[in-house]
Ligand binder design. Structure first.
Ligand SMILES: NC(=O)c1ccc[n+]([C@@H]2O[C@H](COP(=O)([O-])OP(=O)(O)OC[C@H]3O[C@@H](n4cnc5c(N)ncnc54)[C@H](OP(=O)(O)O)[C@@H]3O)[C@@H](O)[C@H]2O)c1
Length: 282
C-alpha cells in the first residue's frame, strides 16, 4: 500500500513511520502538507495518489485551543473534510485519529462507540467535528484513542521523567481516569486495520485504566526512580480547558473486527521502558 501520513513530526506519525515500514510511506513535512491550507491538502494528496491517508496531524495543545478556537477548528475539523473529499475522489481510505475528549467524562463504565458525545473543551469539539467530516469519505476509519505517549515526543512520560531528573516535587491529578496508550501499539493496530479494511468508528486504546497519578507512579516504579510524587485533585490545578474526569473507552467493537493488538497499559509501558530504542530496532 502507498500510505500518506499527515503531521509527520508528531509522536504518532513517527510510530507509524517505524511500524508500517513494509509499506510505501510518504510523510510530507507540516510546512508542505499544512492542514490549514485547503489547496495544499488537495495538491499534495492528489499528487501522491495514496491508497491510505492516516491523519495524525492536529492542533493537539488542548489548553491553547481554548484561545485559538478558530484555528483549532480549521485544523482539527474543517481540514478533515478537505482530506475526506480528496480521498473520496481518489478511492483512498482515510484513517482519522480521534480522542476520548469527545466525551464529557460523567460516565461510570467504559464508553462505547454509540454512547452520546458531549465534549467539554474546544479541543474536544473540534475533534468531534473532525469525526463528522471524516465520514464524507466512504472508506473511512475513525480511531478514538487516549493519553498517547511513547519514548519519543512531547508527552506525559517524558514530562514526568524530565521533572524527576531535575529533582522536582510532583503533584499529579488522581481524579481523572483513562487509558494510557503507546503510539507503537496504536500504530500496530492501525496497520492491521488498514490491511483488513476496517470501516467506521472504533475505540483503540490500551486495555485497563488508571489515573494520571497512577500512571506516574507506574512509570517511576518501572524505571526504579524514587520520585517525590503525590496525588492531587483536578480542582487544585485549574487549567484553561476542562478534561473529562472519566474517559475509558470500551474495546468490544475493536475485538469483534479482528485480532486485538492492544496490550494492557501496564504491558505497553513495560515495552516502552524496556525498549526505548524502538526506533533503532525497527
Ligand atoms: N496525544 C494524545 O494524548 C492524544 C490522545 C487522543 C487522540 N490524539 C490524537 O492523535 C493524533 C496524533 O496526536 P499526537 O499525540 O501524535 O500529537 P502531536 O505529537 O502533537 O502531533 C501532531 C502533529 O500535527 C502537527 N500539526 C499541527 N498543525 C498542523 C498543520 N496545520 N498542518 C499539519 N500538521 C500540523 C504538529 O506539528 P507542530 O508540533 O509543529 O504543531 C504535530 O507534528 C491527533 O489527531 C490527536 O488529536 C492524541
Amino acid at each position: 500500500m502507498r500510505v500518506l501520513v499527515t503531521g509527520a513530526s508528531g509522536q504518532l506519525a513517527q510510530a507509524i513511520r517505524l511500524v508500517w515500514a513494509e509499506h510505501e510511506l510518504l510523510l510530507p513535512e507540516e510546512s508542505v502538507l499544512d492542514l490549514s491550507q485547503q489547496e495544499a491538502i488537495r495538491s499534495v494528496v492528489a499528487g501522491a495518489r495514496p491508497d491510505v491517508v492516516v491523519n495524525c496531524g492536529a492542533f493537539t495543545q488542548v489548553d491553547r485551543c481554548e484561545t485559538e478556537a478558530e484555528l483549532a477548528m480549521r485544523i482539527n475539523g474543517t481540514a478533515v473534510g478537505w482530506l475526506a473529499d480528496v480521498c473520496e475522489a481518489q478511492g483512498a481510505m482515510l484513517i482519522q485519529i480521534s480522542t476520548d475528549y469527545v466525551f464529557d467524562g460523567t460516565g461510570t463504565r467504559p464508553y462505547r462507540e454509540d454512547d452520546p458525545v458531549n465534549p467539554v473543551s474546544v479541543y474536544g469539539r473540534t475533534k468531534l467535528e473532525g469525526e463528522r467530516q471524516a465520514a464524507r469519505c466512504s472508506r473511512h476509519l475513525i480511531a478514538r484513542t487516549s493519553w498517547l505517549y511513547d519514548s519519543w515526543g512531547k508527552n506525559f512520560l517524558n514530562t514526568m521523567l524530565n521533572a524527576a531528573a531535575q529533582g522536582k516535587s510532583l503533584r499529579v491529578v488522581d481524579d481523572q481516569r483513562g487509558a494510557p496508550t503507546t503510539c507503537r501499539a496504536l500504530a500496530r493496530q492501525l496497520k492491521m486495520a488498514a490491511e483488513q479494511n476496517w470501516q467506521g468508528l472504533v475505540h483503540t486504546t490500551c486495555q485497563g485504566e488508571t489515573t494520571w497519578h497512577g500512571f506516574a507512579w507506574a512509570i517511576f516504579e518501572a524505571k526504579g526512580i524514587a520520585a517525590d510524587l503525590s496525588p492531587c485533585a483536578t480542582a487544585d490545578y485549574p487549567t484553561p480547558a476542562r478534561r473529562p474526569a472519566y474517559s475509558v473507552l470500551d474495546g468490544t467493537r475493536r475485538r469483534s473486527l479482528g485480532p486485538d493488538l492492544m496490550p494492557t497499559w501496564q504491558e505497553a509501558l513495560a515495552e516502552v521502558i524496556d525498549h526505548p530504542e524502538f526506533a533503532k530496532e525497527a
